[in-house]
Write a protein that binds this ligand. Structure first.
Ligand code: AKG
Length: 254
């Protein structure tokens, strides 16, 4: 992607025939100031995906519905009370062949179901942000729920931070305090959501509705993604190929 660079990568492995492994509906962690920039998620399944093995599902147009900032320490979301409705009624499955890419605005509401087939479902993903932008992480502290702390972080720091953990003072190397901002989350009702959502998009093909594009033939062999867990890992892209991850890919491809 011209004028964008990768700052975070992830992988998700769904075991076959498992009642676990569904990913609830969410927006990705905010990594830029959305008033000025757009961050995108590139999601690439390494196996053909459809509804039977947990393809991504996305709510068409939802990246434009509201300006919710997602903190890595886990802040309440305006759509929290509507999760089940969104997953069951609004999220549209996006079947894709192995090695293709689903590229979407990080604010897009998305989720995936369990894998009901015998084969593992593995997918890798990455966050790209505009050149010249330093990655941001937003912190939410339940003791100060009406504010968010905005931290500027180095790409190196993103290789080690822990999702869900509040980063506090004294800030570690690679983390710089920028400011605090207000965080007022008004929970959406079903009626609010219905008025935000164009009714046609509920059943439409999300690829046409969400500014999403699908690129085929991404070369899996060139992936330099690092991961930490066998279910869902996340870390920064590294110039060095990660041996553990390559071992995992080799093992999956046996
Ligand atoms: O791979 C999946 O099933 C979901 C991935 C996802 O939603 C994410 O990484 O944000």
């Amino acid at each position: 992607m011209p004028h964008y660079y990768p700052c975070l990568s992830s992988y998700v492995v769904k075991r076959g025939n498992s009642s676990q492994g569904g990913v609830p509906i969410h927006q990705d962690y905010s990594m830029v100031d959305f008033e000025q920039h757009t961050a995108v998620h590139i999601w690439c399944p390494l196996i053909d995906v459809d509804e039977t093995n947990g393809c991504l599902k996305a709510v068409a147009g939802s990246h434009k519905f509201f300006n919710h900032i997602v903190a890595v320490s886990g802040n309440p979301a305006p759509y929290g009370p509507l999760r089940k409705l969104l997953e069951e009624e609004y999220a549209v499955p996006v079947p894709m062949p192995a090695g293709s890419a689903f590229i979407f605005d990080e604010r897009l509401l998305h989720c995936s179901n369990e894998n009901h087939t015998d084969a593992l479902r593995i997918a890798v993903g990455g966050v790209m942000i505009p050149e010249g932008c330093t990655p941001l992480l937003y912190m939410w502290d339940k003791d100060k729920p009406e504010q968010l702390t905005v931290l500027e972080v180095s790409v190196e720091y993103l290789t080690q931070f822990k999702i869900g953990v509040l980063i506090k003072e004294p800030y570690p190397q690679g983390v710089k305090f920028l400011k605090t901002i207000s965080n007022k989350v008004v929970p959406l009702t079903t009626d609010d959501f219905t008025s935000l959502h164009p009714s046609a998009a509920k059943v439409a093909d999300s690829r046409d509705q969400c500014s999403i594009c699908i690129d085929t033939n991404i070369q899996i062999a060139n992936s330099q993604t690092r991961g930490k867990s066998d279910l869902h890992g996340s870390s920064s892209l590294s110039n060095k190929r990660n041996r553990w991850f390559n071992y995992l890919i080799a093992w999956l491809q046996r």
